[in-house]
Design a protein around this ligand. Structure first.
Ligand code: SAM
Length: 284
């Protein structure tokens, strides 16, 4: 039954001719930060919703899928991750997942917009529950500049949890930035970056693989997963490294002492199984 009186938040993607709506009850917060428009809504079925520049960013109900899949596959692929940098990640959900790994010694979060984190702390307290972990370190600055100044061979894993390749995030999707990441990672270091929708953004996915390889990463590999609130409902993360990306610490996954609600060893393996049209595009 369609309740025409309901209010809806709709993200209309004019580039791809798609739109997605969540039924909302009220707008709880709104502000224009130095970088973007930020709003928080209460929804009827997805808990709280954060939007940035009127794009759906995170909800209580389904963020676990994205945050687990941008974090655990890359960390369990690395032989022994100790120092991790998250570029973006302002809602702090990725940081929380990284810090579930007991052997992580330091998690740096470089988020350009401090307001995203401060508002997330108010409206998404569970996503921010690890913010006071002594291993967490916050840098509110441009990830591009931060990486250019970072010490070489100083990171085991870099996770790029940014907004779409527009505005301040655009420079996080090119060879120059990947070259800096390659310099800052150790020889066994790995990069994981949110790489948009395999259905709607395949040319971007292709260009990311090419740029990562031109930057010196010998191997690149894309995994995918459902993500209801993002355009097409189908999202991806692309890994880059110098060694094999197919092997992972399966025993450590099976015997891990922390909870995940989407990620497990079978999902890890299956998420790298790609549809034929994607395989063919990435071979080009
Ligand atoms: N999960 C979301 C997605 O896939 O679209 C992204 C989560 S998080 C909210 C994205 C963050 O990237 C935003 O808080 C934004 O401020 C940040 N960001 C964008 N460009 C950045 C840059 N150049 N350096 C650091 N953070 C950046």
């Amino acid at each position: 039954m369609t309740n025409l009186d309901s209010k809806w938040f709709t993200e209309a993607d004019y580039t791809n001719g798609v739109a997605f709506s969540l039924r909302v009850t009220q707008k709880l917060h709104e502000e224009t930060t130095p970088f973007q428009h930020l709003a928080i809504y209460d929804t009827t079925d997805f808990g709280k919703l954060m939007t940035l520049d009127n794009m759906l960013m995170v909800t209580d109900r389904d963020n676990f899928i994205y945050h687990e899949m941008i974090t655990h596959p890359v960390l369990f692929t690395h032989p022994a991750p100790r120092k991790v940098a998250i570029i973006g990640g302002g809602d702090c959900g990725t940081l929380r997942e990284v810090l579930k790994h007991p052997d992580i010694k330091q998690a740096l979060q470089i988020e350009i917009d401090e307001r995203v984190t401060r508002v997330a702390e108010q409206y998404f307290p569970t996503l921010c529950e690890s913010n006071r972990d002594p291993r967490a370190e916050f840098h509110f600055e441009d990830g591009i500049k931060w990486m250019a100044n970072a010490k070489e061979n100083s990171l085991d894993v870099i996770i790029i949890d940014s907004t779409d390749p527009l505005g301040p995030a655009e420079g996080l999707f090119n060879e120059e930035f990947y070259r800096q990441c390659h310099r800052v990672l150790t020889p066994t270091g790995l990069l994981a970056q949110q790489s948009e929708s395999p259905l709607l953004h395949l040319p971007l996915l292709q260009s990311m693989h090419q740029a990562m390889r031109q930057a010196g990463f010998g191997r690149t590999r894309t995994l995918h997963f459902p993500q209801c609130i993002y355009p097409s409902g189908w999202w991806s993360v692309t890994l880059a490294g110098m060694g094999d990306l197919t092997e992972f610490r399966i025993a450590d996954v099976v015997h891990k002492h922390f909870e995940t609600r989407y990620y497990n060893a079978d999902i890890h393996r299956a998420s790298f199984a790609l549809p034929t049209f994607v395989i063919e595009a990435l071979l080009d």
